[in-house]
Design a protein around this ligand. Sequence first.
Ligand code: PEP
Length: 248
Amino acid sequence: MRKPLVVGNWKMHGNSAENAALLEGLLNTELGTADVAVCPPSIYVAQVAEKLKASAMGWGVQNISAVEKGAYTGEISAPMAKDLECKFAIIGHSERRTLFGEVDKDVADKFVAAQQAGLTPIVCVGENLAEREAGETLTVVGRQLGAILAALSAGQVDGFVIAYEPVWAIGTGRTATPDQAQEVHKFIRDQLAAISAELAENIQILYGGSVKADNAEALFANPDIDGGLVGGASLLVDQFVAICRAAG
Ligand code: PEP
C-alpha cells in the first residue's frame, strides 16, 4: 500500500521568524497519519532541519543542480541537500520550467543527480492552459514523464514521487476537479505500469494546484491521488494541518 504524502512547497517565502512560527504551529498540532514534509528556500534548510529533526516531519529542497560541484555560482547540489539530511528534492516544478527555462532533459539530469545523492526526487509534470484547451494534456504529461522514465535504472521500483500539477491551477485559486485530476493520475500510473506493475503500485502520485483545506478531501479520495504538493496553503498552519489530515 502507498502511504499518503503531503509536501509543502514554500517557494520564495518566509524568514527566520516566520519559519519558526509556522513550524511551531505544525509541531504543536496533530497532523494525522500521512507522511509530511516541507521544502523551504534552501537558505533556510538548516533552520528547518534543526527544528524538525526530532519530529516525524521531513524536509527537502525546491531545486538542485544537475552537477555535483564546481564553478556554478548560486547553485546548490544534491549532495549538499543530502548533507543537510533533506529527504526530498522537488524537480521540474513548472516555475522552474517556465521562469528558468528548464527543459525535459534538465529535469531528467536533475532526477538522476538527486537519486545518486540519495534524495527522493518529487518530479513535477503538468500542462498549461493552452495545452489543456487544445486537448493536449495527456500528450504533454506523457512527454514530461517519458523523459524521467527513460532515466530510470533497470528494475527500479521506488525511490521517486510524481506530482501532477496543472500549470493553470498553480497559485491561481483554480483547482482541477477531482475527476480531471484522477484522469491524469490514472494515466500516469498506467505509464508506470507499462514498465512494471510493481513500479505502478509503489510510486506516490501527488496532486498540486491550489490544494486547500476545503478541496483536499475530495481530491485525495480518488484511488490514484496519494496526497498533495501544496504551495500557498502550506504557509498557513490551519490550512496545511487540515490538508495533512485530509490525506491520512
Ligand atoms: C506549487 O507550487 O507546487 C503549488 C501547487 O502551488 P499552489 O498550491 O499555491 O497552487
